[in-house]
Design a protein around this ligand. Sequence first.
Ligand code: GTP
Ligand code: MG
Length: 369
Amino acid sequence: MGKALLVVRRGDRTEAEELARVLYKEFEVIELPDSYRVSASTYLTPKWVDEVKKVLNGGSFSKIYVYDVLSPRHVSYLMRELKVGVEDRVMLILDVLAEHAGSKEAKIQIEMAKLRHQLPLIRDWIRRAKLGELPGFLGPGGYAVDAYYTHVRRRIARLRRELERIRRVKDSERSRREERGFKHVAIAGYTNAGKTTLFNRLTGERRATGPELLTTTTTKAKMVPVGNSRVVFIDTVGFIRDIPPEIVEAFYATLKEISTASAVILMLDSSDSAEVFSMKLRESLKILIRIGYVGKPLVVALNKVDLVQGDYISKLEEIVDRELRGGLWSYRVVPISALKGVNIDLLKKVLEEVLESPTYRLSLDAHPR
Ligand SMILES: Nc1nc2c(ncn2[C@@H]2O[C@H](COP(=O)(O)OP(=O)(O)OP(=O)(O)O)[C@@H](O)[C@H]2O)c(=O)[nH]1
Ligand SMILES: [Mg+2]
């Protein structure tokens, strides 16, 4: 793969670079100010288009990722102006997931999400071809684009059927386990928090872990005894800020495993700055609400305590209390190190208590705040 160019707002730079690093050995970054005001028709203003052209002329770039939501109009305009492939944030996330995808389920999910993401762009091409705005582009009269559109629609329908089949299998496995009295505990949270490391430690599995973002691309369930209960731990795909709907739909399986669980271990990375930690906590809670995991127990695991000082953990505990007190969940906080094996027994004990206590009933009236 050649070199990539990232166009990114200052505040998003770290996340964008971490994602790009998974795919490209070499990339350059153009930073827009956080206050950058998007041009409605072209995304980049003429000044910034010139900036990008200058950088493009200085090297051989195979792709530009604009780390934001782009409309079909933006993409068409930028590709015409810059004469190189232009993708947005969703595509970068999907490309990273594709890079890590091992299982058939993951591959189907990602292909479907990519095609669904491209549909509006293809529709825009068809419209332009019919208006004669794309002379000679993919054949006369837009016929080829029309045919491609139909092909993509059919392919999406086929992928959706296959996914539904895989989901039915997962659903029936889950119901069978529930009938046998197993409790499901989903390990959820932001990408790179250490979910798979914890899953491996609790279950003895050897799933791949790593410092890259979005290492895990499918869920996995494994039963182990915890105290008197038999608990099925579920490793899940990591959250990322502002997940767009086409990804959410493709990753429905992960979200379903979380929303149907008896308890969720919400993994957070204590080595993050307080600001990033709070952002990830709030984003995670928003996702839990969106998928309907409310009124149920939340065990907040402050992971990677081996990297930080004790007083910092107290500060993070305060942040968690501030966000969760009187809120939509009954919660407990446990500082752990999944990697070094710190407080794992404590975590299990807390889980046991949480699973044995009668289901927490949500009553907004009872929690005035
Ligand atoms: N120092 C330290 N590193 C940890 C700990 N737990 C996990 N890590 C590291 O953090 C990185 C991410 O761990 P994973 O278990 O892959 O994280 P994940 O949440 O499953 O990430 P995704 O699958 O990308 O969502 C790896 O490099 C782990 O070795 C910990 O307790 N302490
Ligand atoms: Mg993982």
